[in-house]
Design a protein around this ligand. Structure first.
Ligand code: BG6
Length: 478
């Protein structure tokens, strides 16, 4: 649909940016913090850094918040490291960890920046992982207890809460992200069965947490934060369209149906049971799953996926091993294909702004809840010039195109709460080191040479600043 005139963004639309604790904070063992699964990782892809220092935001948060204020952010989406608050996941509470997030949140509020708090972003406490991680029901209890601590501690300051970041990517791509733990070593079917049991437990934890938020935080709003993008069929062939519907159910609706409707998506459930990888559902689980409801849906969007129906008996490739945007295949269900209509970035991820509009529309049509974009952005190799500038016209082009399509979605009738691109500041990518940068602010360090970790404003910083000032109307490319 072409609009004769585009609708404006609402005056209270949240113009934000995002980070996650383990990718930005560093200070991996400071002030009583316990190790997370990311700290316990012993291998990293060759030539890439670990997360020990990251962007050192833990020590430099005050300076960073100043930069966010100068950028004009009205929201900042960050995650709390569970291991700073409860170092072993289910034991003693660490007051120093709480104090850090109070300082951060207070600094944001003083500058009129709305804190958007993610409770868990890929960094499960290692002590819980050693006791079975999400495969164990005890982790549901540990998470709910941790959530209660956060609500009681920060409930008077934080209005927007996110439960679990990209639960679907932890299930579909946990090995690349570093969250799969030992199950990654099993056979494919055993691995998938274990992962979908973990998934079921995370769903329970999420439902309990959403219910608890409404009980403990007056006026608090909470939602899930999966990675959602519509799946295209490779052709108008009916079999390809069915394959796309199947992957849509497995990749997207399984997660959102559960969060919003409290039950398993029927197509996804049929696939799970037929394949023999369905989770065990204990007595009372369905009541718990039905008892939590989100107030909004957060979603991370990078690009669409495209799939075809597999040929009879075709081996479609590994179910694990690819990353968040490089899709997997499922024997007898779908095979991923490259979409020739879309360009790719330097890391092979397709770029699809129109798919962003379609995704927002489809999700809003299905669930009729306001949407908050909690990630979207371009990972690229940036160059710091001798004069301290960083010319990232490619990032401006990417963001301008996506914001333009988001405005078209608003004009289509989608209710949008805000936009928090990835990332506010350079941080460490999930498996491609610091060289894959996303930030508006450049952090001067290499993979193994930390230099001084000085901050520099990129061209995209000044561009986003202007855009926010204009209320999102000045969506011009570089
Ligand atoms: C999302 C994650 O999957 O994508 C982030 O929530 C991640 O943690 C982002 O950093 C970009 O992915 P990557 O692999 O380029 O860091």
């Amino acid at each position: 649909m072409q609009h004769r005139q585009l609708a404006p963004f609402a005056p209270d639309f949240l113009w934000g940016a995002s980070t996650s604790a383990y990718q930005v904070e560093g200070a991996f063992d400071a002030d009583g913090k316990g190790p997370s699964v990311q700290d316990a990782r012993t291998t990293f892809p060759e030539g890439t850094t670990d997360y020990k220092v990251a962007a050192d935001h833990y020590h430099r948060y005050a300076q960073d918040v100043e930069l966010f204020a100068e950028l004009g952010l009205t929201a900042y989406r960050f995650s709390v490291a569970w291991t700073r608050i409860v170092p072993d996941g289910d034991g003693e509470v660490n007051r120093e960890g709480l104090a850090f997030y109070h300082r951060l949140i207070d600094a944001l509020l003083e500058r009129g920046i709305e804190p958007v708090l993610t409770m868990y972003h890929f960094d499960l406490p290692q002590a819980l992982q050693q006791k079975g991680g999400w495969g164990s029901r005890a982790t549901v209890e540990a998470f709910t207890r941790y959530a209660r601590i956060l609500f009681e501690e920060f409930g008077s300051k934080v209005r927007y809460w996110l439960t679990i970041n990209e639960q679907n990517m932890m299930i579909l791509h946990g090995a690349a992200i570093g969250t799969a733990g030992d199950v990654a070593a099993g056979d494919t079917k055993g691995l998938q069965r274990a992962l979908y049991q973990q998934n079921h437990h995370m769903m329970l934890a999420q439902a309990e947490t959403m219910r608890l938020c409404h009980e403990l935080v007056p006026g608090g709003k909470i939602g899930p934060a999966p990675n959602i993008s519509v799946v295209y069929p490779a052709s108008p062939r009916p079999e390809d369209i069915l394959a796309a519907e199947d992957f849509n159910a497995i990749r997207n609706w399984l997660y959102l149906d559960m969060a919003c409707r409290g039950g398993y998506n029927p197509t996804a459930w049929t696939w799970l049971t037929e394949k023999g990888i369905a989770p065990e559902i204990a007595e009372g689980d369905l009541e718990i799953l039905g008892s939590g409801r989100p107030d909004f849906l957060a979603l991370n969007y990078y690009a669409t996926a495209t799939v075809a129906a597999p040929l009879a008996g075709e081996d479609v490739g590994a179910v694990e091993g690819a990353d968040q945007q490089l899709a997997v295949g499922e024997d007898g269900v779908f095979r991923s294909v490259r979409n020739e209509h879309l360009p790719v970035n330097a890391f092979g991820w397709e770029i699809d702004p129109v798919g962003f509009r379609t995704t927002l529309r489809v999700v809003y049509d299905r669930y009729r809840l306001p949407l908050l974009v909690t990630e979207n952005g371009l990972g690229a190799f940036d160059t710091l010039e001798a004069d301290g500038s960083v010319h990232d016209a490619y990032r401006i082009e990417y963001l301008a195109a996506h914001i333009g399509q988001m405005r078209a979605a608003v004009s289509d009738g989608v209710e949008m709460l805000g936009y928090c691109p990835w990332s506010a500041i350079d941080l460490i990518s999930t498996h491609q080191g610091v060289r894959k940068r996303y930030g508006f602010v450049y952090v001067d360090r290499d993979e193994f040479d930390l230099k001084e970790l000085k901050r520099y404003r990129k061209d995209s910083f000044f561009w986003y600043q202007q855009l926010i000032k204009s209320g999102g109307t000045e969506v011009t490319a570089a």
